[in-house]
Design a protein around this ligand. Structure first.
Ligand code: ADP
Ligand code: MG
Length: 347
């Protein structure tokens, strides 16, 4: 059988790493990006630049692929849905639209008896006052937030200020006294068929992921429960491909789901070097209908995100045999921008 050509929407580092993984299993990729300098340009077989709402561009993209996946979740539902009429989009567009909104995402989790932080929908200033019980809390835009963007910490009502743009819709989330954060990366191939990675322990700085490691230093109960919830989520969504669940653990050892990413995830980058099959390769295998391979850990590992200027030093460094440096080849260095990462395996 001929291998399908895989279209990937989004040309950032995740698109690059998906393209690299696709090469490994002989799948050709076409990346569509609205950034002419997108990093994935360097890794894909074909690169198409254009705006996502440009129907001519979308048609060109759709005509050059057999199926479509995406590397980021903030793609308008209409576009994914339109593409899905001619070429199958995986994960399904409805899943993406459910998860890209923090309110519907949290409602979905709670409906399935999965614990999240307490939250409320906020459409104006007064609604914050009505939900004072959620303070201290974080006000987060319901859509389009990432790496802490669109978030305001409110310790009390005094912190409501002019910077907050109430033409946008928010959720107010109770602030959790964090002990730790972990994530579970899972790749589902079909009914009760999945590969699941062990919990990854994550440290954030300024709400951006800085460091990840396996094994996570958490109790057996937390390990079991986090995996169970991740499985429950992918089954409930009838999900195909790699998904990541981010968790909070509070000082009293309570576990909460923070959010779901319907895609490969930054905390899973270490799987490229720590496992026989990475989160990227598993995603490609699942969406392209390739064989599912027993995924096993080979090494313990840690990953350090190189943010902003960090990259400059690393570009001139020599690395040890157990260190793997990834430069995302972004044209411009910007503060708070993820520029690359380093994975260190324990040999
Ligand atoms: P993003 O979509 O930007 O990743 P998150 O909701 O995951 O947004 O928030 C980013 C980080 O901010 C989290 O990983 C965590 O460190 C911190 N954070 C977010 N919400 C809370 C909360 N309710 N309580 C404590 N810390 C939080
Ligand atoms: Mg997050």
């Amino acid at each position: 059988m001929n291998q399908p050509v895989l279209g990937i929407i989004g040309g950032g580092q995740l698109g690059s790493m998906l393209s690299e993984a696709a090469k490994k299993v002989d799948i050709k990729t076409v990346v569509l990006s609205d950034d002419p300098d997108a990093p994935a340009k360097n890794f894909t077989n074909k690169f198409i630049y254009g705006k996502y709402h440009d129907t001519k561009i979308i048609t060109e993209f759709v005509n050059s692929v057999d199926l479509v996946t995406y590397e980021f979740e903030n793609i308008p539902f209409d576009i994914l849905n339109e593409i899905n009429k001619s070429k199958s989009v995986l994960p399904k567009p409805e899943i993406n639209s459910l998860i890209q909104n923090r309110l519907t995402e949290k409602d979905f989790l709670n409906k399935n008896n999965i614990i999240t932080t307490k939250y409320a929908l906020i459409k104006n200033k007064d609604e914050i006052k009505d939900n004072e019980n959620l303070l201290p809390g974080l006000l987060k835009t319901t859509t389009l937030g990432y790496d802490g963007k669109g978030q305001y910490k409110l310790n009390s009502l005094i912190d409501i200020n002019e910077d907050i743009d109430f033409t946008k819709e928010y959720i107010l989330e109770k602030f959790i006294n964090l002990k730790k954060e972990i994530s579970i990366v899972i790749c589902r191939f079909g009914n009760q068929k999945y590969e699941i990675y062990e919990p990854i322990e994550n440290v954030h700085e300024d709400q951006i992921l800085k460091h990840s490691k396996i094994p996570a230093e958490v109790s057996e109960t937390i390990k079991v429960k986090s995996k169970e919830w991740a499985k429950q989520i992918v089954e409930e969504l009838d999900y195909i491909g790699t998904l990541c669940v981010e968790f909070f653990i509070d000082k009293n050892e309570n576990l909460y789901v923070n959010e779901i990413a319907p895609r490969v995830h930054n905390s899973g980058h270490l799987t490229i070097n720590s496992h026989n099959v990475s989160q990227f390769e598993n995603h490609i295998r699942a969406v392209c209908g390739l064989e599912k391979i027993d995924t096993k850990k080979i090494y313990n590992a840690q990953m350090i995100n190189l943010i902003g200027d960090d990259i400059t030093i690393y570009r001139n460094k020599t690395f040890k045999e157990n260190e793997f440096f990834y430069d995302y080849l972004k044209k411009q260095i910007k503060a708070k921008r993820k520029m690359g990462h380093l994975t260190i395996i324990e040999k």
